[in-house]
Structures are given as structure tokens and as C-alpha cells.
Design a protein. Sequence first.
Lengths: 384, 385
Amino acid sequence: MLFADPLFGLPTWIDAIIRIVIVVLVMTVFVIYSTYGERKLVARFQQRLGPMRTGPWGLWQGFADAIKLVGKEDIRPKNADRWVFELAPYATFIPVLLTLMVLPFAENWGVRNLALGVFFVFAVLGLNIVGILMAGLGSGNKYALLGAVRAAAQMISYEIPLVVSLLCVVMITGADTGNGVGTLNLNTIAALQEDRPYILLQPLAFLIFFTAMLSELHRAPFDIPVAESEIVGGYFVEYSGIRWSMFQLTEYASMWGFAVFGSVVFLGGWAWPFGVDSHWALQLATTFTKALAIVIVIIWIRTTVPRLRIDQLMNFSWKVLLELSFLQLIVNGIILYYDWPQEILALTSAVGAGFLIFLIIRHASARSTKGLLGTYRTLGASSS
Amino acid sequence: MSIWPEERVHALADDGFETVDMTINVGPQHPATHGVFRMVLTVDGEKVVDCEPYIGYLHRGLEKLTENHDYRQAMGWWDRTDYLAGMACEMAYCMAVEKLGNISVPLRAEYIRVMMVELSRILSHFMFFGAFGADVGSFGTSFIYGWRERERIYDFFEEVAGDRMFPTYFRPGGVQMDLPENYQDRVRWLLGSIRQGLEDFDGLLVGNEIFVERCRGLSPVTPEQAIAWGLTGPCLRATGFKFDLRKDEPYSVYPNLKFDIPTGANGDVFDRFMVRMAEAWQSTLIVEQCLDALSQMEGELVLNPDLPKTLRIDSGECYVRTEGTKGEYGVYALAKGGNKPYRMKLRSPSFCNLSALREMVIGTYVADAIIILGSLDIVLGEVDK
């Protein structure tokens, strides 16, 4: 309950500023070390060592990179629209920063404990795209333009399944609170999962959330707006130095933001498995361990899967994810209306999740024995 | 401010909106062009309307340089055409010179040559798997996977010839020197690691749903089209047309070796990938047979001992074609006396395959255009000569 009331009885606004500063500082260190961590992890997946020269095991690499980026020249292309170009990184960064303000890292540990937390996160995060479009249009570069338009199309497609999958969870909180009214308060949602995380009740919603999250983060296999092998970085292709690092900061901050958000909503946040009465340090560790697990899975996926094409991405969103998320919503509604036990809730959702996984892997039969490689593994396969 | 210098405006009939076809310049510095190739795509949104390839950024005047060098000196330049498989190019060059000058090659040297060429083929195909995976977007993992086996093969090349990429190991009339002592164990170990690498690619890329979805059915080519465009090599065989010079116009010791020619069915990007996978596997089988044959003739000559210090060829004209790693690698040579060829011309497979690019990419998406270019497996040293 350390952060429940204003610190040291200070006025509310001073208290808020102190908390914001703490969150921003911690986030910056996290971002620096998650770039390092990602490089190390990716290197391991690719049978390399990763950064090794700056400090022991390359531990200072993140700081070295940060210093290098700050020292670089901030170039503005001749074609660029000056103010749009220069403000775009901030317009992208601020919404992400705002989402961090409502996340409960431990019981009541956060900048603000909003009653409409889930709603706030998505209301603010939707503004992210404005900055990306500004960057794309303001750069005066066609790659950037393509990237920004792709990002906008992708964001519109995936925001809906994302929000609906969260609505499914919010519906269930209605049964848990006891008064039949769901809650959008993230702190309460975490506390309600003291006995079991919502991923057990709603695996399908979690899968949809995770997929849509990858898309929102522009992470593989949905890194179409930044596709390095096609449009070489997409909307931030013209940025350099500190402005470019703002985009990187945004990317990693939103990755951590989403990871903490996902761990609070689906994985039990700080409450599960140690209960709501556990020590605050244990709660913090629980939240960040879960968030770290999500981040590692994101990086793991990034290193292994290729990129989807834009129309395949749209098809998957509008023809699969949207339907499944609404189906989940309807089934949840029926079960909750008749007050059936929660096991049925878990079962139906698990069936849906299984169906989604089947849809994803159904074509992967070209491998090994069936493919050409299997046929020509020995001599005499063809008649020649 | 206009970022559309050559704009083409279409007025739509109903709502009065105007759409603009945008030209995108891809290359010469672009991660997907595999060197210094440039293509200007005209796109309508994400769809490619037109594609104009520009080449010549790596032109070094190979043919002219050959005319100004001694027969043996010039070979160093031919390594640098298909620089991913230098020995395959040396093979074609040496065969042309040998045909011009009626030079015989010892049998052991022929087996060594075929073994090295097939290892080069694996080298080139592994580069393709890696780079193609990166084109499809697997963030460098496939790239590094490809490099692992390549490094091991390069290490062996270094031991054999003293150089990795440009070994200049062949000579008209044989090869520079015999293989190192432990080559049997080295190469057999290499083959195991190559097969493991192929299995890894099979799991990483072919076993991946997204990869299959991206590649299958993309830019299907019929055998008739392929022949009309002059496609050769894996791109032609992917269409189901069985044409491989190692079988159809056998040279060197290929008639003594048993191997199959993998063919695809649809001629799409996926088949082009799979044909190369199967081909690399078949190459390992060829290398194995070469090793067996070589073990029977240890200590024999590897270079024709009757050759003069300076190779002089009075007159002659020939066209030699070999199955290079990318297709038909043909060398036309004309001698009019002296120690230099009068004219040498390279029929490079990458160049001919690349000429089909425009027809293939029109109507696809921008992302597809990149992987179609990747699937042709061009190497710019060979395109620009």
C-alpha cells in the first residue's frame, strides 16, 4: 500500500510528478537493457555471442549505443515537412508513455489507479498512429509513406480483435466481483485473479490478445510497416540520431507496456500465485517476471518466423481473429447469463484456442518427407 | 514539395478521387537487391504495376580484361563472376581453354574438379537459402544458418587452395595441386554438417506456415514461358522441365556419377526454393562418390605435365557450357594465336534469369516483388560481368 496515498502527504500534483519521473527513469533503464537483452538473446538463437566487447559480457553496450545516438547528427531531409517531421517522434512516444501511467506494477503501485484503466490504455494507445503517420508523411520519403500507410491499415485491423478480446475478460470480472458489474480497473482485475489467472478461463482471448499485440508493436511476423528487407525501416527511415532513438524508445517502451498490461489482465499480474497479501517486493517481482516471459516470447517469435504479406495480414485479422473474438464474447455472454460454472467457460475457450492453432498450422505439411527434399534424399528417386 | 517526380494521375470515374501511381526506387543500395542491382517499381498502392531493372553497377569489363591477360592469368577474373561459387566459373573457363588448345586433363583432377564444383554449388545454394529467408523476413536467423555451413566449406577451400572466395585453384589442364592429406575425413565431416544444415533449413523455413503461404503459388511459370524467357538452372527445373547440362550434355566425369535431377511442378517461388534444397542434397551424394573414386587413385597426377610455361593457342573457336550454380554458364572463346584469347564471351545464367523479372513481378505486391527477385538467385558479379 506504499503508493496508495500521496507520498509523504505532498500535494497531489507534486506526488504525480515524482511518480512520473520514477516511471520514466525506470523505463529508460529497462529500454536500454532490453535492447541489450534482445541482442544477446537473438545472438543465441542465431549461434552468435552478441555484444561482448563493451564491458563484461557487453553489459555497457546499451549505454554506449545511447551515447552514440545522442552524439549523432540530427538530419532533416530537404523534402521533409519541418514541423511534422520534427514533432512526429514525440507524438509517437507520448501515448505510449501515458499508457504506462495506469499500469499497476504491484498492489496500488502505479502513477494513477484509474477506474477506467483498460479503457484509458486503448483510448491513448490509439493515438500512437498519429505520430507514425506524421513521420511517414512528413519525411517526404516513399518508403516512409508506404510504411506509415501500412501501419495505419494494420492498426485499424488489429485494434478491434484486441479490444474485443479484452472485453471478454472484463465480462468475466463481472462474475468475480460478485455484484455482476465488471471492472475496467487494472488493479482490481489483477486482484481478482488471486486464485487463478484469466488465461486459464480465456485461452482464446489471450491468443487473440497476443497476436494483436504483436501487430500493434510491429513485431514479427507483423513487422510489415518496418519491413527491413522491403522498405528498410518504414516510417522512421529518414530519422537519425536522437529522433531515431525516440522511435526505438517508443518501440521498446510499448513492448514492456504491453507485456505488463498482458501480465496484469491475463496472467494474474501481481496477485497470482502469491496472493494479494504478499510483500510488495514479491508482487513487483511477480509482475516483471511475467512481463519478461512475454517479452522473451516476442523476441523468440521475431527470430524464427518470416513476415506476412499485407493482404494475408488483413485476411487473418478480418476473417479469423475478428470472428473468433466476437464468438468468444457471445459464448461468454451466454454462459455468464445462465450462471454456468466457470469450467465451461474455460472449456469453450480452450476449444476455440485449439481451433485457432489448427488454423495457423494446418498448411505446414510441405516439410521433410512429403516435400521435394524428402524425395531426393537418396539416389534413384527419379527415373533418369 | 512533391515526392512524385513522374506522377501518373488516374481520375476515378465515380467519386472523383484521384490516385497516383508511385515510383519506388529499390536499390542500388537496398538490403533485398543482393548486391548492387537497382529496380524502379511503379506501384498502385501495394500492387506493382511496372518494374524497370537497371544493371551495370558492378561492371568490371570481364570479357575485355580476359582478352588482355595470359590464359592462366585471366582465370582470376572468372572467379569473380559468380563470386558465390568461384570454382564453378573456373571450371567453365578451364574447359573452354582446354577445348581451344586440345589439352587433356588427368582423371584425378577431373574428380577433384567435380567435387569442388559441387561443394561450390552447395555454397551458392546455402547463400540462397539464407538470403531468401531474410528476404521473406526471418530477421537474419536463416542468414546466419546459411553462413555456418558456408564458413566450414570456405575453411576447407582455404586449406585446399589458400583462398576462400576466389580460390583460383583450377588450371587449364588440371588443378593447381593435390588435396591436403586429411581431405577424406574433412569432406565427409563437411557433408554431414551440410545435411544437418539442410535439415535445419527444412525446419526453420519450409516447416513454417508463413513461409509456405508467402511462397506457394507466387509467380508461377510454365515450362513454355521459362524457355521463352531463357530461364535455366533451378528456375527452369522448378517448372517441371528437366534440363540439366550435367545430364543432358555431360562433361568432365559426370557420366560416371549417379545423381538425380530434382524438378518442381508449378514453377512458383516455393518450387524454386525446394528444387535448390533437393539439388544441394544431391550434390552431397555426388561429392561422396567423388571421394570414393579419389580414394582409388591416390598419388596420381593432378595437372597435365606436358604443358608449356606459356600457353599459346594458334587458332580455334568454341562454346562450352556447364551447369553453373544458377543455370547454364556458357563460355564462348575465340583464339587467333598468341598467349591471349582474341575474344571471350560469358553467357551468364543470372543475367538471362534476371531478364524475366519484369514479367514475373507485375501484378504482385511490393513484398512479393522482393522475394521473386530473391528467388531468381541472381549474383551481380555474373549479371554485370
